[in-house]
Design a binder for this molecule. Sequence first.
Ligand code: ZN
Ligand code: ZN
Length: 344
Amino acid sequence: MLAAIYRWESGFQMEEMVTPRLGPGEALIQVHSCGICASDIKFVHSLALARDANGHVLGHEFSGTVAEVGPDVASLAVGDKVAVEPVWACGSCYECRRARPQHCSRQRVLGFSRPGAYAQYVAAPAVSVYPLPAGLPLESAALAEPLACALHAVELSEAGPGDTAAVIGMGSLGLLMLQLFKMRGVAVAGLGTQPQRLQLARELGADEVIDVRSGDPVAKVRAWSGGRGVDVVIDAVGRAEIVAQAIRMGAVGATVVLFGIPDVDGAVAVPHKAFIGGERRLIGSNATHFLLPRALALLSLGRVQVAPLITHRYGLDRLGQAITSLERREGGAIKVLIQPSQGK
Ligand SMILES: [Zn+2]
Ligand SMILES: [Zn+2]
């Protein structure tokens, strides 16, 4: 099979690879669409910095068709259209036995610690492979994984009917989060820098959109919320100065969710007394487990729109170019899909 392999000397290149052989409990999936994630871009930068000489096949947000199942797999059949939860837990470590698989110490992630879906085929444990609801297009299903991550962050925030929320960062994840807030009866403001994305946020239901380049975003969010601040803030960018702003946007009792992953790790300061007096919460949200079926249901019911987020599609042979164009937001790129059946 062909795969787009990252090599730090030469970037991404298409190479012939052995099609994965199935281990116990695994299924082989022919990839239809795989979304480029901000974490792919960050991982590539880290591999380049480390001069990592191992070839890597990335890609974890994908859909496809079951091409082969192991003899011990009863839950899937060849030809099933599926989406895959790319993170799985060992089931036997201390955290797994406390029913906290998201903190598994032996967690494997497809596209990072195992070969991913920027390839014609990928092998995955059948327990993480979910058949699509009838009628859901494969292309939309490739966004089930990021939607599940967005759902986890929104659920952790505990925002409910009548609350107010601000989402900072109108990338694909921010645009999914604001739709999920609307579904929960939450009034939501979307903050970003790109006029096209802010316009899309408005079309997808944002009650307010704020261009952070035109004045102080904290003052604007506070003004929008009647001077109180908002009940929930999600940082979907991942920069320390934005976290500081997010904290200042929060009302008494606010929950601030850190979701965007920083390029460089560091500390963020919290106003000590305001957190005690206002019983504020600052929490992290990292990927997800077991939310993919619910994400697929939301897509199938049409409660969350993903088609307007998909702006570009490329073949495997153009993965390097696709990543660069997303990073530079060329041509209004929001969600860029790699489709191995395109191009070569
Ligand atoms: Zn992702
Ligand atoms: Zn574990």
